[in-house]
Design a protein around this ligand. Structure first.
Ligand code: NI
Ligand code: MN
Length: 223
């Protein structure tokens, strides 16, 4: 499995199928220059905020990709022209041709802003992908003891930028609860309001005996 960081909270996972999570490309200051996406089979959207829905509609149309998100976001995206949706909800899991997928809880919002109005986007979540390796993308979330229930994670993708999500210290506590083999920080330094010291995060989690891999946008980790 190859995990590529596309800046902010966007990740590309190339395994049996190609999956993109929270595909924020247009307007993402951290998106890697000249990065070309491969064929995309699935788009996973954690919640309704613009920096997560991102280019979902366009990517889904271009590649014929299936969008997996909560029920409300899937129906919203269908109204925007997305043809293939698979609605799920928090706590639900389902077998797909890439492995098992579970939607996990997140402490956050999920409103979709359109023309200055907020459209209800259901509850925010995260995703646990269980294939040959398991990857947990926490979505945007504050620290929550629910994370103790997430077990058997090979790679955890956790927000560390504070303000809207966990800061470095809270993300260290989250890492301690999840006990992944590897943790990759995300959702920081895209804008000044979410500036964080990823090297401090790495130092603190490695004190716990958990490996931290800092990926620059465009860089990949093979697991
Ligand atoms: Ni958000
Ligand atoms: Mn966000």
């Amino acid at each position: 499995m190859k995990i590529t960081f596309l800046g902010h909270a966007a990740f590309l996972i190339e395994d049996k199928k190609n999956i993109i999570i929270d595909p924020f490309i247009t307007g993402n200051p951290a998106y890697p220059n000249n990065f070309t996406l491969p064929q995309i089979d699935y788009i996973l959207v954690t919640h309704g905020h613009g920096d997560h829905i991102g280019d979902t509609v366009e990517i889904s149309e271009k590649y014929g990709a299936t969008v997996i998100s909560n029920f409300e976001i899937c129906n919203y995206l269908q109204s925007k022209g997305v043809k293939k949706i698979h609605p799920m909800h928090i706590g639900g899991s389902k077998e797909f041709d890439f492995g098992k997928l579970k939607m996990t809880p997140a402490l956050h919002g999920s409103g979709i802003i359109e023309n200055g109005k907020i459209i209800y986007g259901g509850n925010p979540g995260g995703f646990l992908i269980s294939a040959e390796k398991s990857v947990y993308h926490a979505g945007d979330t504050g620290l929550t003891k629910d994370m103790e229930l997430i077990k058997g994670v090979d790679v955890a993708l956790l927000p560390i930028g504070g303000n809207f999500v966990m800061d470095v210290n809270d993300a260290v506590i989250a890492t301690e609860m999840i006990k992944p083999k590897i943790v990759i920080p995300m959702h920081y330094n895209t804008w000044d309001v979410i500036n964080a010291d990823e090297e401090k995060f790495k130092m603190l989690v490695e004190k716990l005996g958990i490996k931290c891999v800092i990926l620059k946008p465009g860089e990949s980790l093979e697991v």
